[in-house]
Design a protein around this ligand. Structure first.
Ligand code: PLP
Length: 609
């Protein structure tokens, strides 16, 4: 039995009980039970489950650790947080975020026009909206419209050109002027694979000379009273806390200097995102070297220290960490369609009346193998297999003998692995790695785990069931795209062992965890595999409810989203079929019905799994 690193990555959100992984919340349903209920409605292909209570848990933890740090440090400013929409813009994710965050006044961050429109439509009244990223006059005008509509919105300028546009828009219209923020370009850079957002060569932010110029311009245009925030972001998934501390010292001092320069309305520091998620399944705290508690107390402590030293009122603190908020809420479930060595099934043995001596020996080894002799018999079997392959190459035995030998030897290896699984020898471990099993999963890595494909980001993966049995097969996972990059190979440094199941007799499901951040919108339709069917699951004290079903797009809808006319496509297919000759009218109608059904189904595979 293995726990697949649950104690490392799951933050107690899940537990293993009765051989299944379960939600560690209220009625504690098993994920398998939820999946089976969904599949009983004839849903096939990958399934994405959203658990809103896990979003609430993260929001609550962020707010309570900052509250705690502020109380402990006698900090006088307030704490606010916004969710960066780029991390997950899907409707049922955003609805869960805004509804679970309402009691905390949790707001939204937008980085594009479309995200700004979404933020304006979805932000709970009174909650903050921050606007980052490059902006044109239209986007800035949208910010004015949002302020006019009553939103508490801050436009963060990424360069002086944007400030000039704000000034022009303010002159052109009589709309309410939104709060203005300045993104500062820090010399401190972040850490981790996403750390390209900080440092002097960063894509965004104003240098100190530009900040001074911005204040001059704002004062000259009588807009300085709208400057309320300075902002920085040193990169997502910050692995080390040290760069954040350097960035806070730098940004804190810039803030205090601006206050001295007369920016009297300036009252907030926005520290961007960066809070990391533990994705590692093998080694404790590999993804980050700090906890949320340390993160929040470092931010509060450092800002207080700087402000007290410069005799400046403590600013309100804003964060934009989104990965930390939503990564855990989504679990991707993929059925396993095939185990490639399942071709070696005992039922396929086909002995002759007289078998070659080596085959006879393999038959004996297979039937007499037990706890005590398994290593010795395994050595014998491997040795015989070598000889049989040589005999085959020399033409002394035929294909049937070779097939029988392969099945027998595979069976002996598997049974030896089982018998020694509680105490495997080095040799057996190496053998396991050499004889990797390939698990074909009914999903697309490009669509559902794009960061694995693009950045080699590991996501925790484990079976939903069989968890009271020791997994013995070194596993590599193949997706169903026609692309050899659609594979998560076996990595001896982060080994994944799965169970040896007979898929003719039972289903086997894998869950990929912490996939709620970035994966959904970054996912691509390679081979035209689209977003998996998704469901939101609310868990209560006695049961759970499944809502917000959004089935994976049908084949015709996928094609239509590319710009094809689905009616023209389906008419062409049907007309071609009807124009062909059928022997019976029934066959014609049945085939037409089949075609129509296929076009309305999603593009994932529909074998029994
Ligand atoms: N804020 C800004 C300005 C960002 O660019 C990003 C993403 O990189 C975030 C917030 C989100 O950060 P995270 O991925 O840590 O949630």
């Amino acid at each position: 039995m293995k726990n697949f690193g649950l104690d490392i990555w799951s933050n107690n959100n899940f537990i293993i009980e009765d051989g299944q992984i379960k939600l560690n919340y209220k009625s504690m349903p098993s994920i398998l039970q939820i999946v089976e209920e969904i599949r009983s409605d004839d849903v096939r292909g990958p399934i994405l489950l959203r658990f809103p209570h896990l979003i609430k848990r993260q929001i609550k933890s962020l707010y309570s650790y900052f509250d705690k740090a502020m109380t402990e440090n006698s900090y006088n400013g307030n704490f606010n947080a916004v969710f960066p929409l780029k991390v997950n813009q899907f409707p049922h994710a955003v609805d869960a975020i805004t509804s679970q965050g309402a009691q905390f006044n949790y707001g939204l961050e937008a980085g594009s026009k479309a995200e700004l429109i979404l933020a304006m439509s979805k932000t709970p009244s009174g909650a903050h909206i921050t606007v980052n990223g490059f902006k044109d006059e239209e986007m800035i005008t949208l910010g004015f419209i949002a302020a006019q509509s009553g939103h508490n919105l801050t436009i963060t300028i990424e360069g002086l050109g944007e400030l000039e546009t704000i000034i022009e828009v303010a002159k052109k219209c009589d709309l309410k002027v939104p709060n203005i923020g300045i993104r500062v370009r820090l010399h401190s850079a972040g850490s981790g694979i996403w750390a390209k957002s900080g440092g002097m060569d960063a894509k965004f932010g104003l240098t100190s000379t530009e900040i001074i110029e911005a204040v001059r311009l704002l004062r000259e245009e009588n807009l300085l009273q709208h400057l309320s925030m300075i902002h920085f972001h040193i990169g997502s998934q910050m692995s080390d806390i040290a760069p954040l501390k350097r960035a806070l010292r730098e940004a804190g001092n810039i803030y205090a200097e601006l206050k001295k320069m007369g920016a009297s309305s300036l009252d907030s520091i926005n520290i961007g995102g960066g809070l990391a998620v533990e994705y590692d399944q093998h080694t404790h705290s590999k993804s980050r070297n700090y906890s949320v508690e340390e993160f929040s107390s470092s931010v509060v402590f450092l800002l207080k220290e700087i402000m007290d030293a410069k005799n400046v009122k403590h600013p309100d603190i804003y964060t934009e960490s989104g990965r930390f908020i939503v990564a855990s809420h989504a679990v991707l479930i993929t059925p396993v369609l095939e185990l490639f060595t399942q071709d070696y099934q005992e039922k396929l043995l086909n002995f002759k009346e007289v078998n070659p001596p080596l085959i006879k020996e393999l038959i004996d080894l297979n039937s007499l193998l037990n706890n005590k002799n398994c290593i010795e018999y395994l050595h014998d079997a491997l040795d015989h297999m070598e000889s049989i392959l040589t005999l085959f190459d020399l033409g002394y035995i035929d294909l049937q003998d070779r097939s029988n030998a392969e099945i027998l030897v595979h069976n002996i290896i598997k049974r030896a692995l089982y018998l020694t699984s509680s105490n495997p020898t080095n040799e057996l471990e190496q053998l396991q790695v050499r004889l990797q099993e390939r698990y074909l999963i009914n999903a697309s890595i490009f669509q559902s785990l794009p960061d694995y494909w693009g950045l080699n980001q590991h996501f925790p993966v484990m079976p939903l069931h069989h968890l009271n049995a020791t997994p013995i097969r070194a596993a590599s996972l193949w997706d169903i795209t026609c692309d050899s990059d659609g594979e998560i190979g076996f990595n001896p440094e982060k080994p994944l062992y799965l169970h040896d199941v007979n898929l003719d007799e039972e289903d086997y499901f894998l869950g990929f965890f912490n996939v709620g951040a970035y994966q959904e919108t970054l996912g691509m339709n390679h081979n035209l595999f689209t977003h998996p069917s998704e469901y939101t699951v609310y868990i209560n004290d006695t049961d759970y409810t499944i809502t917000n079903k959004v089935e994976s797009k049908s084949i015709l809808d996928i094609l239509e989203s590319l710009g094809y006319n689905k009616d023209i496509l389906s008419d062409k297919l049907k007309n071609d079929l009807l124009a062909s000759e059928f022997i019976t009218e029934k066959e014609k109608n049945d085939t037409l019905a089949k075609l129509e059904l296929y076009l309305e189904q999603n593009g994932y595979l529909r074998t029994t799994n």
